[in-house]
Design a protein around this ligand. Structure first.
Ligand SMILES: Nc1ncnc2c1ncn2[C@@H]1O[C@H](COP(=O)(O)OP(=O)(O)OP(=O)(O)O)[C@@H](O)[C@H]1O
Ligand SMILES: [Mg+2]
Length: 224
């Protein structure tokens, strides 16, 4: 579904991604593990087309995506969901309006937005919080809103960059369970970054280990 071929990226002459090739199978829960500074977030920004590699190829279903420009690039990006460690919600918007945002910017019809938002809030078990300001939510609830928002445009791929690193262990488990359920029941492919093996092994069926900008191993995990 997603292939990287010899991707390289430098910042100011400092090579951060040193020739990464990997294959993410359709419907997999793919983990990328590595220490702080290994290049995990950079790799996710490249895979999610937020940044362009200096060289190498990025293919979605066999089609080059790293060469897309303007409108086609925007459309492709919108088919990819993103979830971050710090939630990145709009603090001035309530729960409903955060989830509605990606639908508003693609110009979805107003009457189609509310049922879709409610469906997503039901998925993440936040139906009762529709009108709450996000500032009054717990970290776990904020991450659920962020997940619902990431799913609004029916992405085929969901990228999660340290989605549970700001959460306590119990909340971490509930967010990981939610991601597993979404992958299974929505038929998504999930790519998750973490520096914790226990987070990866609780969810992923593949794990790639990143060290100083290079993949040093890829393993298949059986039980996920
Ligand atoms: N926009 C940028 N400009 C310059 N250097 C950058 C930029 N983004 C990342 N880097 C550098 O690239 C390296 C990898 O950073 P990255 O954020 O990808 O690591 P990470 O594995 O996500 O780390 P962490 O676990 O701390 O989030 C670091 O040395 C960082 O300083
Ligand atoms: Mg990072």
């Amino acid at each position: 579904m997603l292939s990287l071929k010899d991707i390289k990226k430098s910042y100011c002459g400092n090579q951060v991604i040193r020739g990464i090739s990997l294959e993410v199978p359709q419907n997999s829960f793919y983990g990328i593990i590595g220490r702080s500074g290994a290049g995990k977030s950079t790799l996710v920004r490249l895979m999610s087309l937020l940044e362009r590699p200096d060289s190498g190829e990025i293919l979605f279903d066999g089609e080059r995506a790293d060469v897309l420009k303007s409108k086609a690039l925007l459309a492709k990006r919108r088919s990819l969901g993103m979830v971050f460690q710090q939630f990145n919600l709009f603090s001035s918007r309530n729960v409903f309006d955060n989830v509605a945002y990606p639908l508003e910017i693609i110009g979805a019809k107003k009457e189609s937005i509310a049922p879709r938002v409610r469906e997503l809030l039901a998925w993440v078990d936040l139906s009762e919080k529709e009108t709450s300001p996000v500032s009054r939510l717990s970290g776990g609830q904020k991450q659920r809103v962020a997940i619902a928002r990431a799913l609004a445009n029916n992405p085929s791929l969901l990228f999660c960059d340290e989605p549970t690193s700001a959460l306590d262990p119990q909340t971490t488990v509930s967010i990981l369970e939610l991601l597993k359920k979404i992958r299974k029941e929505m038929g998504l492919t999930v790519i998750m970054i973490s520096h914790q093996m226990e987070v990866i092994s609780a969810t992923c069926n593949f794990v790639a280990e990143l060290e100083q900008g290079a993949i040093v191993s890829v393993k298949e995990l059986k039980h996920a």
